[in-house]
Design a binder for this molecule. Structure first.
Ligand SMILES: NC(=O)CC[C@H](N)C(=O)O
Length: 321
């Protein structure tokens, strides 16, 4: 069935979702990265970006927080742009792990395969693939240029977060070298790990995340800058990766209850994609036990359910002025 909603109604709905969810209790800040533990737990923002470029926001949508694992979506897009869909499938994979984001067991169970670019192993592997291989500075430029193109403006490195994470990323160091052992690292392992740690330490706003989400929903065309960032054929690929593993071991429960392909980060951000309709992002630091923001989940679910948008449903929803 086709349904329409005005952008005015959508604005009211986003405000309503913010008011309903803002006092929700539960979850706690990530504490395995000391920097994240210190962030104000009450921060909360929701941003929706439409293919027209209109942005509808409520709360702390301009607060710069650690992008963390949402950055995996960006680098997955970069290697899809550089290598194409088949090579990413062959070199990394596109499978759900059903296990925590930093699982070493997942690498062993997948028979030496990193599974997907949206868990730590696959993301470190993706960073190793970024061209030009062997040149850390040029790779970093490619990573940050791609971030800017997707979000429509520069993301900035949070130096303190980068330091905090570099000093405590022992598990990720093991992953990088285990992947090397299985020939799934396509550049220097320590360099690949460092690029991964740095990309996770980029600061982003909910507004920027919603623009990147809409670029994915909008077949690679950034709705704000009007740049065609990637080939439209890659949009379903990236959305399927997000749907498959975006919430790690909670991904199935999340998809079943929300119908929204979405990717979380331990900084408290979530990026959600409704193909053809909009990109949505929410941010609030307290996380559930799988590392997904409690309030961001509640807010996105609230909005999706009220609009009846669900990628597995048959309704076609259109936002009009
Ligand atoms: N889920 C996340 O956001 C984890 C990202 C974090 N940088 C890590 O490697 O542990």
């Amino acid at each position: 069935m086709k349904k329409t909603i005005t952008s005015h109604d959508l604005k009211n709905l986003v405000n309503e979702a913010h008011a309903q969810v803002k006092d929700l209790k539960g979850g706690k800040n990530a504490n395995y990265i000391p920097f994240l533990d210190k962030i104000d737990s009450n921060l909360f923002g929701i941003s929706v970006c439409l293919p027209s470029g209109e942005i509808i926001e409520a709360g702390d949508t301009n607060y710069v927080f650690g992008i963390e694992s949402v950055s995996k979506v960006y680098t997955a897009i970069l290697v899809l742009r550089q290598y194409g869909a088949q090579a990413v499938l062959d070199k990394i994979g596109a499978d759900a792990t059903g296990l925590p984001f930093n699982s070493i067991m997942a690498i062993l169970l997948e028979n030496d395969h990193p599974s997907t670019p949206l868990v730590n192993a696959g993301a470190i592997s993706a960073d190793s693939m970024v061209k030009p291989v062997g040149n850390s500075d040029a790779k970093w430029k490619a990573i940050t240029d791609n971030m800017r193109e997707l979000s429509g403006s520069d993301l900035t490195l949070l130096d303190e977060l980068y330091k905090s994470e570099s000093e405590t990323n022992f598990n990720n160091r093991s992953i990088a070298w285990l992947l090397k052992n299985f020939n799934r690292i396509y550049d220097d392992p320590d360099m690949s790990l460092d690029l991964y740690t740095r990309q996770c330490s980029m600061g982003v706003t909910a507004k920027q995340l919603s623009i990147a989400a809409c670029t994915i929903a909008n077949n690679g065309l950034n709705p704000v800058t009007k740049q065609q960032v990637f080939d439209p054929s890659l949009s379903p690929k990236i959305t399927s990766l997000i749907a498959t593993v975006g919430f790690y071991e909670h991904t199935g429960d999340w998809l079943y209850t929300s119908g929204v392909p979405a990717k979380s980060g331990v900084g408290g951000g979530v990026l959600g994609v409704i193909p053809g309709l909009f990109g949505i992002a929410a941010f609030a630091p307290p996380l559930d036990e799988a590392g997904n923001s409690v309030k961001a989940q509640a807010a996105i679910k609230y909005i999706a359910q009220r609009l009846n948008v669900n990628v597995f449903g048959g309704d076609y929803v259109e936002v009009i002025n």
